[in-house]
Design a protein around this ligand. Structure first.
Ligand SMILES: CC(C)(COP(=O)(O)OP(=O)(O)OC[C@H]1O[C@@H](n2cnc3c(N)ncnc32)[C@H](O)[C@@H]1OP(=O)(O)O)[C@@H](O)C(=O)NCCC(=O)NCCS
Length: 147
């Protein structure tokens, strides 16, 4: 089941964020502030009553562009469609909001995420060396939602 995250989910959300991104998890205070600002776009996926994944998409102030700030599924629940379901649900909500385009950054070697995003229609638009600091290159992908 996919649902909008609530304040009482934050502790568990932070736990799974650390499981999913052991080196790059959001500090708890950042997660909380993201929740305060983008709460409606913080989706969590429950499987067998356990929080197993989340997505976070944030829209720019002009309402035209969104960025995927987080997408992840806990390691033991991967490969059964949860990541795809989270992205499809997130994109449906952005389309309903009439957001024109979605962008994201992804590690060039993250083949699983690249397969998922490209199968949903995202295309590579840039390769940014040191995007997240020295040695942290990222590919930038883009998807048009305006047809
Ligand atoms: C990326 C991630 C969210 C995918 O979630 P998932 O639930 O495992 O993915 P799904 O089962 O929904 O599969 C979606 C697609 O991903 C790709 N994929 C999934 N597992 C794969 C694997 N082992 N090898 C290659 N591609 C794979 C496929 O394109 C798949 O589509 P298909 O099932 O139609 O073939 C998950 O692997 C994850 O949390 N990774 C760590 C965090 C991360 O890298 N997040 C993205 C940051 S940009």
């Amino acid at each position: 089941m996919i649902r909008v995250a609530g304040e009482s989910d934050l502790v568990q959300l932070s736990r799974i964020d650390h499981e999913i991104f052991p080196h790059d998890a959001y500090p708890f205070f950042v997660l909380r502030q993201l929740f305060e600002v983008h709460g409606e776009r913080f989706l969590v996926l429950d499987c067998d009553s356990r929080m197993s994944g989340y997505s976070l998409l944030a829209t720019t102030p002009d309402g035209k562009q969104s960025w995927v700030l987080g997408l992840g599924v806990v390691p033991h629940a991967r490969g059964v469609g949860h990541g795809r379901r989270l992205m499809v649900e997130s994109l449906d909500r952005l389309s309903a909001d009439r957001v024109a385009e979605v962008r994201l950054s992804v590690e060039p070697g993250n083949a699983v995420a690249l397969n998922l995003y490209e199968s949903l229609g995202f295309s590579r638009v840039d390769h940014r060396p040191d995007y997240f600091g020295a040695g942290s290159d990222r590919l930038i992908l883009r998807l048009s939602l305006s047809g």
